[in-house]
Design a protein around this ligand. Structure first.
Ligand SMILES: C[C@](O)(CO)[C@H](O)COP(=O)(O)OP(=O)(O)OC[C@H]1O[C@@H](n2ccc(N)nc2=O)[C@H](O)[C@@H]1O
Ligand SMILES: Nc1ncnc2c1ncn2[C@@H]1O[C@H](COP(=O)(O)OP(=O)(O)OP(=O)(O)O)[C@@H](O)[C@H]1O
Length: 301
């Protein structure tokens, strides 16, 4: 057995993000329908003299390498809970857009947790790992489980959702990121003085996922953070329009943005839509991916 563990972990898109009013703790109750998509980071954990994080990939310069990195925080949380020395080198091979609303940091947190658990033989149960994930961030538990799930509470309480087929997506990567707290703050500003309804999962959306029917899913997609992301980054409207004109069934902001997501009927339309988005000059990159994708999985050791 080699003394290194590599874990592959997917990005996510929120096919429904229903946001309630701000809670006293500053978080928002959600009905958050997560779908894991096949864009992956890989985290490799290797024994070392001290905790160290490195990162490779086109966006690596934007990733913090100190203990604010969610991968480092995951290793520290696991080590503390099981009385292990957290001396580990975590290398992140980053392919998920950074600060793009696709849970890239959360993915690395979940992957590091699974990798360190395997490396250290802590024997943590799935529920114990999920509890650590929830402490690290609202999106982290979903990065661990993957597939599709409804997240309630602040998004950390998961119920698996059945998906009856493969969905094809294009993701337009924007220049620069958007801060998740800033987008929730803008949601609060835009909804101030209005009655924000209790968030609830859409039965039509759940049925569309179950049936695997992309037209039905296109009709049911929704993101309550989209007006806030567009308010902070008005140019995203041009990206949404370019993807729709290129033949996407539906277009929406991915989570807190600024990545935009385009649901397309098949692989060929995905490639054409990605080409058209790039040619439109309204995004920095366009990535093709399928869903659902498996959660954090040991890929090699
Ligand atoms: C937008 C989404 O990506 C959709 O899945 C998530 O709701 C964000 O999840 P995340 O990045 O894991 O967020 P966390 O690290 O838990 O919280 C960061 C900040 O986002 C805001 N936040 C997050 C989750 C939530 N349900 N309500 C919130 O208001 C809070 O200001 C919080 O301080
Ligand atoms: N491993 C990591 N990879 C990327 N960013 C990280 C990581 N750890 C911490 N961060 C910090 O988190 C911020 C948000 O990055 P991330 O890529 O997770 O955003 P996001 O995809 O918009 O998150 P979410 O969709 O969960 O709201 C970054 O600007 C960075 O400072």
């Amino acid at each position: 057995m080699s003394a290194a563990v590599t874990v592959r972990v997917p990005a996510k898109v929120n096919v429904q993000l229903a946001v309630g009013a701000a809670r006293p703790d500053g978080f928002h109750d959600l009905a958050n329908v997560f779908l894991a998509v096949g864009l992956y980071d890989e985290v490799t954990a290797t024994p070392a003299d001290a905790l160290r994080v490195t990162c490779s990939g086109p966006d690596a310069a934007q990733v913090p390498l100190d203990t604010t990195n969610l991968a480092a925080r995951a290793a520290l949380a696991l080590a503390e809970r099981y009385g292990v020395d957290p001396a580990v080198h975590l290398h992140i091979a980053k392919d998920i857009p950074v600060a793009g609303g696709m849970a890239g940091g959360s993915a690395d947190g979940a992957a590091a947790l699974v990798a360190c658990d395997a490396l250290w033989g802590t024997g943590a149960s799935r529920d114990e790992l999920l509890a650590i994930c929830a402490e690290l961030g609202s999106d982290v538990p979903f990065s661990l489980v993957g597939g599709a799930a409804l997240g309630t509470g602040r998004g950390e309480k998961l119920t698996p959702i059945e998906v009856g087929g493969v969905f094809h997506w294009v993701f337009a990567v924007a220049d620069g990121g958007l801060s998740t707290p800033a987008v929730y703050g803008e949601f609060d500003r835009l909804t101030a003085g209005t009655e924000v309804p209790e968030p609830a999962a859409s039965p039509a959306l759940l049925a569309a996922l179950r049936s695997g029917d992309p037209d039905a899913l296109a009709a049911a997609l929704g993101n309550d953070l989209q007006p806030a992301a567009l308010s902070l980054r008005p140019s995203l409207a041009d990206t949404l329009a370019a993807g729709t004109a290129a033949g996407a069934l539906a277009a929406l902001v991915s989570g807190s943005g600024p990545t935009t997501a385009f649901l397309v009927p098949d692989e060929e339309t995905a490639r054409k839509t990605a080409d058209a988005l790039l040619a439109s000059g309204t995004c920095r990159d366009a990535r093709v991916a399928v869903s659902p994708a498996p959660g954090a999985t040991v890929a090699g050791r």
